[in-house]
Design a protein around this ligand. Structure first.
Ligand SMILES: [Zn+2]
Length: 317
């Protein structure tokens, strides 16, 4: 089997219409070398996670996003109590606070421990303790999901791109919870709701989903199936609308490869409108192969069942 040179693969990654063929072997060390963390602290990440290549890559993508003023500013509504009554859709207002936001995020990342645990109904979760400093916070990832990631760490293919992207989304989601919780510590009120809810309620009361919506346009689920204590992610779906939308695989591949190979997240003005395809019954059967699939965050993806719509939208590439 032929291996591709790094320049060959870089050229492929720039073309969203081309997928890597399954028989193309790409040594992982060339493209998925473990990056040195700049804002997170390696010693605070438990071994089950440090061993997982996808987790390390996703952390480096989060660090690049923190460097980018235009993307980092979305966290301003979570970190800065002065902004909590301002409109989410006022980007100029948010950018005024971005340096302070970045400083808050870097401080949280520096102290944040990551571990794995039993989370039957969720992929990840932030845990903070009221009355204690942020040094006692922790972000927990579902151990079954992390086990599933170990299955595929050899090839830079669509599956690993999907996994890296989803861990990236979940890190942003939980950091959003961490930010708003920590911001609540600094507020002079005695109301536990302040620890969880953006004051504007503009997009959603759930801070993690608010950031997913601001960055990608919807909250994102990962329907999976379980085998031998492992969750295997099948595809990623936008679940805000009816029906749900299956995120375009070529877009995911391109986004992850450009982020890792070219540090795209440091530079982009915004995350482009993410292409998706409605999740019809026909498409769901095709994607899930008849397996029993669960989506943990929202439990049930919304599926379109109208035959006439089904016929319009199943011409998958
Ligand atoms: Zn959440």
């Amino acid at each position: 089997m032929a291996s591709l040179s790094s320049s060959d693969v870089a050229r492929k990654s720039n073309s969203p219409s081309k997928r890597l063929k399954p028989d193309v072997v790409v040594p992982k060390q060339i493209f998925l070398a473990v990056k040195k963390l700049r804002y997170f602290t390696e010693s605070k990440i438990d071994i089950p996670l440090t061993d997982v290549l996808q987790f390390n890559q996703a952390l480096s993508m989060v660090e690049d996003l923190i460097d980018n003023n235009k993307l980092c500013r979305y966290f301003s509504y979570m970190t800065d109590s002065n902004l909590r009554e301002n409109n989410f859709f006022d980007p100029l207002k948010a950018i005024e606070h971005v340096d302070q936001t970045r400083h808050s995020l870097m401080n949280l990342c520096l102290h944040m421990p990551f571990t794995t645990g039993d989370l039957p109904d969720d992929y990840s979760r932030f845990r903070g303790i009221q009355g204690m400093s942020s040094k006692h916070d922790v972000i927990v990832f579902n151990s079954y999901m992390i086990n599933g990631l170990r299955k595929n760490q050899q090839y830079f293919d669509s599956q690993i791109c999907t996994e890296i992207f989803f861990i990236f989304v979940r890190l942003l989601h939980e950091l959003s919870h961490a930010c708003i919780f920590d911001s609540g510590r600094r507020m002079n009120q005695y109301n536990s709701r302040r620890f969880h809810t953006p004051m504007t309620h503009c997009l959603h009361g759930e801070a993690g989903w608010a950031v997913e919506r601001m960055l990608f346009g919807s909250k994102i689920d990962a329907p999976d199936y379980t085998v031998d204590h492992k969750f295997i992610i099948q595809y990623l779906a936008f679940t805000d609308g009816t029906p749900s939308g299956v995120i375009d695989q070529d877009w995911i591949d391109s986004f992850v490869k450009d982020s890792l190979n070219e540090n795209k997240l440091k530079m982009v003005e915004s995350i482009e409108c993410v292409p998706y395809q409605y999740l019809t019954e026909t498409l769901q059967v095709k994607l899930e192969g008849g397996r029993k699939v669960l989506a943990k965050a929202s439990r049930h993806s919304k599926i379109l069942s109208f035959d006439e719509f089904d016929n319009e939208t199943t011409s998958d590439s």
